[in-house]
Design a protein around this ligand. Structure first.
Ligand code: 4AD
Ligand code: MG
Length: 463
């Protein structure tokens, strides 16, 4: 018997086929006529398929009539045209095999709707709910799009280390990795003796694969990384995770202009793929979670991204007449309230801000001739704020060295990074897209903890 997914079985062309379906019961309803309707879901799509099981089946009284939400079953039967609303097909069961029961008293996912906070406590079961099924199908499609977009443009997928010594963003937000006994570390002259550590030196979880990505860009041309990154930022917000996934393209011989063009085409490709290939899930988000998101995504795909310099943005904010919590001055890091004003009230759509003050940006960004700004860019979107951060990189050895000095970095530790400028240096650019941030934007899920399977945040307690 051919195994089919619910997605396949729901298609009208499946009518007449004998199939085998496996999944979890969502509901069961008994009719007076001596049969039961079982709503079956297997995760292949948002919708369930209706299974009709009649009392001729040998286990009808003993098992089928006791099926409750969460039970796992196998159904063998024929796909029939359905008279029911909202479904082309249903299955007339010739066999219903019960794999596992789910105690109706204790199974958490009952018909009653739970809050997302509550569902977070059941990270092992929430994926069986409609919302989280949709979130993770969309997440899968976005990940696939990311690879498709870059592969089709000749970018090579490279893997950068998770354990590293360098703090790419220079923000001191790295998690330390150590085999030393943290209660009683070995010491010499009162200082921790890292020669006794596994790596014989301090090691950390990466905050970004960019610096190593530059090694590949300056040899293979166009590359991208896509993997987990870690930040010990103690910001307990709806947009920050301690472990998140980042996509980082790095492009040799590209300036900031080209970088922005790639970022724009990249986001448009992701939005288009999700609308085309996750239509049912996106309808769900459009109706239940983020009213109007489909129109928003389509209009973003159809129009050019706005570009605005940091300096102009400051001007707009200062003239806005808004009472911001953080007063706006040139040189400040924009806060979420400022970013939201720009995208939600002023421009009313995504915007790429560029040329930020050098004092608030990392050492590797290319300095502008004005001596005040660097070739940085951030892509900001309504509701979420920054989803992409990137820059043209400083390719001039002397300028880079003085920038590192300015920021108190030890040039010796970055000798390999400086070598890339010493030997055949080239202009190059890249950016990082936070996977969870773009998912928040697409799905409208308000909290970043609800677009990653196992959120890691300050005080995280569940598994
Ligand atoms: O702006 P960021 O810090 O840039 C970098 O790390 C660069 N090295 C990237 C590059 O040029 N290759 O981070 C990039 C993006 C942000 O725009 C945001 O979407 C996401 O990563 N991000 C986070 N997402 C979730 N939780 C956090 N704590 C995040 N920090 C950054
Ligand atoms: Mg940033």
């Amino acid at each position: 018997m051919d195994k089919r997914s619910v997605l396949q079985a729901r298609k009208a062309e499946s009518v007449g086929q004998q199939v085998c379906l496996e999944g979890w019961v969502r509901t069961r309803r008994d009719s007076k006529g001596g049969f039961s309707f079982i709503e079956l879901n297997d995760g292949s799509c948002l919708s369930n398929i209706q299974v009709v099981a009649d009392n001729q089946l040998p286990n009808y009284e003993s098992e089928i009539k006791h099926l409750t939400p969460g039970c796992s079953i196998r159904v063998v039967g024929e796909i029939k045209e359905s008279q029911g609303k909202g479904q082309a097909t249903e299955v007339q069961a010739s066999e219903v095999f019960l794999y596992g029961t789910a105690d109706a008293e204790t199974y958490p996912l009952q018909k009653k709707r739970h809050t997302f906070e509550k569902l977070r406590e059941w990270a092992h079961l929430r994926t069986r709910s409609n919302t989280f099924g949709s979130v993770f199908r969309v997440r899968n499609r976005v990940s696939f799009s990311i690879h498709q977009f870059f592969q089709e443009r000749g970018f090579l997928y490279v893997n950068t280390p998770i354990i590293t010594a360098s703090d790419c963003e220079g923000a001191g937000e790295m998690f330390r990795v150590t085999t030393l006994d943290v209660d009683q570390p070995p010491k010499v002259n009162g200082k921790v003796d890292f020669s006794k550590d596994f790596f014989a030196r301090p090691a950390f979880l990466t905050v970004s694969g960019q610096l190593e990505g530059e090694i590949f860009a300056t040899s293979l041309g166009k590359v991208y990384t896509f993997g987990p990154t870690f930040r010990a930022e103690n910001s307990n917000t709806s947009r920050h995770l301690a472990e998140f996934w980042m996509v980082e393209p790095e492009i040799a011989f590209a300036d900031l202009e080209e970088n922005m063009e790639v970022a724009e085409a990249f986001l448009k490709r992701i939005f288009t793929d999700v609308m085309n290939d996750c239509a049912e899930d996106m309808e769900f988000f459009n109706e239940r979670i983020a009213p109007g998101i489909l129109d928003t995504l389509q209009s973003i795909v159809d129009s050019e991204f706005l570009r605005c310099s940091y300096t102009d943005a400051i001007d707009i904010l200062q003239k806005s007449g808004q009472a911001f919590e953080y007063p706006v001055t040139w040189g400040m890091d924009l806060q979420s309230e400022h970013e939201r004003f720009l995208t939600e009230q002023h421009f009313k759509r995504p915007v790429i801000l560029h040329d930020y003050p050098r004092t608030i940006k990392p050492f590797y960004m290319r300095c502008n001739d004005d001596g005040k700004t660097v070739r940085a860019m951030d892509v900001l979107v309504p509701q979420v704020g920054e989803i992409i951060g990137g820059s043209q990189r400083e390719e001039r050895l002397d300028v880079l060295e003085s920038r590192m000095k300015e920021q108190g970095l030890n040039a010796e530790e970055y000798w390999w990074y400086l070598d890339l400028r010493r030997y055949g240096t080239v202009p190059h650019s890249g950016f990082g897209l936070g996977l969870e941030r773009v998912l928040q934007f697409i799905t409208g899920m308000g909290n970043i903890r609800d677009v990653i399977p196992f959120p890691r945040t300050p005080g995280w307690a569940e598994f």
